[in-house]
Design a protein around this ligand. Structure first.
Ligand code: SAH
Ligand code: SF4
Ligand code: F3S
Length: 451
């Protein structure tokens, strides 16, 4: 038996990092590591990092400074704190981390998590820092343990990783490596385990999730539409989502699945980044604004109540006032239920970082404010539009007040209502009373809810 050790994790970045943190905990569990909510008393701290924007990466170094003090205090008390940096900053800046923070014990890239136990052993033996940022030839998913800790009512399941798109601004192809797709059998087996552990909603994850083309049960490459149809047959799985999609990989079969599979939720995060064809070309997105609008029209024809979400980058090199106006025009034409928007951040090693015509910060700030005001208004209008509706809400937990419960609408809106705790984990009909700017208030439709 291994003695119990405490593991504290800090996770930044996308949902895939959240999933990965869970898998790292799964890998370490047989060694006796149990999750700890605080770093002070931890035997091991893992920072799972994000490199997508400048500020995301800087957070890592300030957190490391804070942890160093705790690590020293623990050493004085005669205990070791193993400090590990994982994720995309580890992959992109492994050597720099060890130079700037020599007290870090382990640096590991996203493709090496299955080697964590071996790295912990090496760090304990050698005392020096261990760094693993190669893209190993073996597939980490073949070496990660089958056993997973329960994720809860909503769960993530990575089906695809890496990206071959090389958008001008983006670090992901460098930090996550080439596209790979997990096979159908492995995905279904993991989905079954999640459902058996109580998950009712699964979000399929991938940096380019709709480029997934895993080997099917017949040995042939399969498309995401087919996978969704297979998963929808799993008893107990009420809801399926997938993220993040690229407009170029939205094929007709997947669009059709939105119209045919009730378990597939009527909400799609489909980042467009810009509404200007000039900037879309400079970004290497390989689609136009008109292509995107045509795609939205097809999706709405297949599933009229589908709501859309997107990501926008403001101030990509070369963006003029006219380009920005084109982005606003696209937003008005689509009408988004929700969106994320970011100021362009030059990332080392990406093509756009060295491009001429970088946009001044003041212009980026002003444009971002205008854009976010429009997106906020659209979100508020969308939330208002569902007032009075009775909709299925998946209850995921207790609310902030006693007697309150909360969950998610099919369109991913947070919903709060008064109701008994035994409804947690169930999808129940809720009448929406108020559509607030970023959440909904509802009431139980009593006669429809069986005790
Ligand atoms: N795979 C997804 C996006 C992954 S990154 C896609 O293809 O759309 C998440 C979001 O971060 C991106 O959609 C983009 O809007 C933003 N982003 C990526 N690189 C950025 C950069 N250098 N500066 C600002 N935002 C960036
Ligand atoms: Fe980055 Fe583009 Fe790949 Fe998305 S599609 S992960 S934005 S390179
Ligand atoms: Fe960040 Fe890496 Fe995800 S850079 S957004 S954690 S893929």
């Amino acid at each position: 038996m291994n003695e119990t050790k405490r593991l504290h994790m800090i996770t930044w970045g996308c949902q895939m990092n959240v999933y990965d943190s869970g898998r790292m905990a799964d890998v370490l569990a047989p060694l006796g590591y149990v999750p700890s909510a605080t770093p002070e008393d931890a035997d091991m701290v893992i920072l799972n990092t994000c490199h997508i924007r400048d500020r995301a990466a800087e957070k890592v170094f300030s957190e490391l400074g804070r942890l160093r003090v705790m690590k020293d205090a623990r050493a004085e008390a005669g205990h070791k704190m193993v400090l590990a940096v994982a994720g995309c900053v580890a992959q992109a800046e492994g050597a720099e981390i060890l130079a700037r923070a020599p007290y870090v014990d382990i640096v590991l890239g996203p493709q090496t998590y299955h080697k964590l136990p071996e790295m912990v052993a090496r760090a304990a033996r050698a005392g020096g820092a261990v760094i693993e940022t190669d893209f190993p030839p073996e597939d980490k998913f073949d070496h990660l343990p089958e056993a997973t800790a329960p994720q809860g009512i909503t769960a993530f399941l990575t089906i695809q990783e890496g990206c071959d798109k090389f958008c001008s601004f983006c670090v992901v192809p460098y930090t996550r490596g080439a596209e790979m797709s997990r096979p159908v059998a492995a995905i279904i087996a993991e989905a079954r385990r999640l459902v058996a552990q109580g998950s009712r909603e699964i979000t399929l994850l991938g940096q380019n999730v709709n480029a997934w083309h895993g080997v099917g049960l017949d040995g042939q490459p399969t498309s995401l539409g087919t996978l969704v149809r297979l998963l929808a047959k799993l008893p107990g799985l009420d809801r399926i989502r997938y993220t993040t999609s690229h407009p170029r990989d939205m094929d007709d079969d997947l669009i059709a699945a939105h119209g045919e599979v009730p378990e597939l939720m009527p909400f799609l995060h489909l980042p467009v980044q810009s509404g200007s064809d000039r900037i879309l070309a400079a970004m290497n997105r390989r689609h136009t604004a008109a292509d995107y609008l045509a795609l939205v029209a097809k999706l709405r024809a297949a599933r009229p109540d589908i709501a859309l979400s997107s990501d926008f980058i403001i101030g990509h090199p070369g963006e003029t006032e006219a380009d920005f106006e084109a982005t606003l025009a696209l937003i008005r034409a689509v009408g988004f239920a929700q969106a994320f928007s970011f100021k362009y951040s030059a990332r080392p090693g990406t093509p756009a970082a060295g491009a001429p015509m970088q946009v001044p910060e003041a212009d980026k700030d002003r444009r971002l404010q205008t854009l976010q005001a429009l997106l906020r208004q659209q979100q508020a209008e969308f939330n208002l539009s569902v007032e009075g509706q009775v909709m299925p809400v998946l209850i995921t937990g207790a609310g902030r007040r006693p007697g309150q419960i909360g969950g998610r609408s099919p369109w991913l809106q947070p919903v709060h209502l008064d109701g008994p705790a035994h409804l947690i984990g169930r999808e129940i009909p809720v009448r929406i009373v108020i559509g607030k700017p970023s959440s909904l208030a509802g009431t139980l439709v009593e006669e429809l809810v069986q005790a």
